[in-house]
Design a protein around this ligand. Sequence first.
Ligand code: AKB
Length: 311
Amino acid sequence: MSKKILVLGALGQIGTDLVDALRLRFGAESVIASDIRRPAHAVEGVFLEIDAKDREALRAAVVQHGITEVYHLVAMLSATAEKYPIAGWDLNMISLFNVLELAKEGLLKKVFWPSSIAAFGPTSPKDPCGQTVVMDPATVYGISKLSGELWCSYYFEKFGVDVRSIRYPGLISWKAEPGGGTTDYAVDIFHKALAQNKYSCYIAAESSLPMMYMEDAIESTIGIMEAKAEDVRIRTSYNIAAFCVNPRILAEEIRKHRPDFEISYDVDFRDAIAQGWPASILDEEARAHWGHNPKFDLPKMVEEMLSRLAQ
Ligand code: AKB
């Protein structure tokens, strides 16, 4: 059976880049994009409007299009889920169970599901944080990510579902803006730097977080899905790292290109969320097991973001 991929949440920050990369790699006819809403503008390739909480709608799409793999990117992120805890839990968990159940029924060969650094918590090691450590997430989103990791592992162990997962750090990209996350500032700062040469940041100057340029995240997302099953030895979720940064250092790096750029601080509840997450991540397992190997460090990412967004 040939590969037929369905990306759920395709209009989001990750989905936008992932669909392009998958189509480049496997051919446009092999990749179907879907989201709960239709795109505002016409998009290339097949697009389906699917509510990932609706298992029967999902099943119908999977059967009708002969889907073999799902990349499940539907989520309510950390900041928004703190405002709507039950809606966040429902969206994050029901959509995951729907995909896992379809895979358990034998309708899907492989599933990708993203976890996050949010699965760690205040008593997890801070700097650096390894793969197998205490995990006590203090946000709704983080609780859903840690629970999701355990459910993925359960479906793998009990039912042989080939589900693979990585713990994304904050992701920085230029194609689509993130929404509702704590790490969103690291994208917004570039838009404001170019538009206004100044940025008011809701995260404190010294609050460091692990971050990654989207190109590296996409490479590792497809990388773990294309790895041999026996090489994916961790079936909860893999730590992956690239660099860590705080707003002060990010602003300094931007200033190397835009000397007049100014940052100010108007810290809100999202800084407390950031404080509960690791400042840096260890990822030996992902590198050794299936070849995670990011190319972008902080200076290279900043240069790339400014030049892409200026085009
Ligand atoms: C968020 O900030 O909620 C996300 C994440 C780290 O998973 N970007």
